[in-house]
Design a protein around this ligand. Structure first.
Ligand code: AMP
Length: 189
């Protein structure tokens, strides 16, 4: 199973990615988590990524693409993977297409979690209190939404045209949304 999970900031990608990946027995590969681990570990990659993340901007494609390429080539990703938060730009879509071609495989589905953006700002501000993420201030959240709308929302159409899009309502209890994802994947094509 090879899936990508898309959605605006706060739509619950990370939470759903872990459950769905476990269900299919594949690793959940979260670019945001890998960047945050590098920031925490004070690596060179982390130092480079942090200034973009703290501003709510995307980390440049070359850096992100190289990181994902290394990760999907690890042995645990051989049976499949779920990409959480990648691709996020059209250039990343092209790069992922190349990686999949090199691996001799293809995507099974692109899951898009849909949610009202004002509702998401409320959710993210609540998450800021619990997790203390430095990019969860209202100003940065708004910027992350703008960047999503400009650069990532157009990807929904790309995957729809390829017949891979699975759209799921992301508002509701975690278990409810997970079940919607499974139901939607089952009835795909
Ligand atoms: P996330 O945890 O998915 O919300 O990602 C947190 C931050 O990491 C984003 O706001 C970006 O700065 C950076 N990031 C994560 N994934 C990507 C990506 N595919 N391309 C560029 N930047 C990314």
């Amino acid at each position: 199973m090879r899936l990508i999970l898309m959605g605006p900031p706060g739509a619950g990608k990370g939470t759903q990615a872990k459950v769905v990946a476990e269900h299919f027995g594949v690793p959940a590969i979260s670019t945001g988590d890998i960047f945050r681990a590098n920031v925490a570990g004070r690596t060179e990659l982390g130092q480079e990524a942090q200034r973009y993340m703290d501003a709510g901007e995307y980390v440049p494609d070359e850096i992100t693409n190289a990181m994902v390429r290394d990760r999907v080539n690890l042995p645990d990703a051989e049976p499949g993977f779920l990409l959480d938060g990648y691709p996020r730009t059209l250039a990343q879509v092209d790069e992922l297409d190349d990686m999949l071609a090199e691996l001799g495989t293809k995507l099974d589905a692109a899951v898009s979690l849909a949610a009202d953006q004002d509702e998401l700002v409320k959710r993210l501000l609540k998450r800021a209190e619990v997790e203390g993420r430095t990019d969860d201030t209202e100003e940065v959240i708004r910027r992350r939404q703008e960047v999503y709308n400009e650069q990532t929302a157009p990807l929904i159409k790309v995957y729809d045209e390829r017949g891979l899009l699975v759209e799921v309502d992301g508002i509701g209890e975690v278990d409810t949304v997970t079940q919607r994802i499974f139901d939607a994947l089952e009835t795909q094509d």
